[in-house]
Design a protein around this ligand. Structure first.
Ligand code: SF4
Ligand code: SF4
Length: 106
């Protein structure tokens, strides 16, 4: 089990959550951020600071966004488990269906 970032983060990328994570397991993609499912220690520190309520405990992801649980896994197909987002920096990719989402927000 892990925490998951869902659709409200897309095109927002405000990054408040990154500062809260004690294990630096929140990674930056092109259009959203992703929580590493193996590196997350389930502390919950990130969830309340997200200004758009994009972060959910895996069991609590709203039905409409359950696909994001998989997106937070698939994002790491390319980069594996680096053990810290700071080392990696911003990635220029997202899972294909995230890339294909229409622009979010007004
Ligand atoms: S705080 Fe929320 S919107 Fe900002 S990057 Fe983290 S998950 Fe995305
Ligand atoms: S739950 Fe804790 S360890 Fe997991 S991403 Fe959030 S702040 Fe990091």
């Amino acid at each position: 089990m892990t925490y998951v970032i869902a659709e409200p983060c897309v095109d927002v990328l405000d990054k408040s959550c990154i500062d809260e994570c004690p294990v630096d397991c929140i990674y930056e993609g092109d259009r959203m951020l992703y929580i590493h499912p193996d590196e997350c220690v389930d502390c919950g520190a990130c969830e309340p600071v997200c200004p758009v309520e994009a972060i959910y405990y895996e069991d609590d992801v709203p039905e409409e966004w359950v696909n994001y649980t998989k997106a937070n896994v698939d994002f790491f197909d390319e980069i594996g488990s680096p053990g810290g987002a700071a080392k990696v920096g911003k990635a220029s990719h997202d899972p294909q269906w995230i890339k294909d989402l229409p622009p979010q927000g007004e």
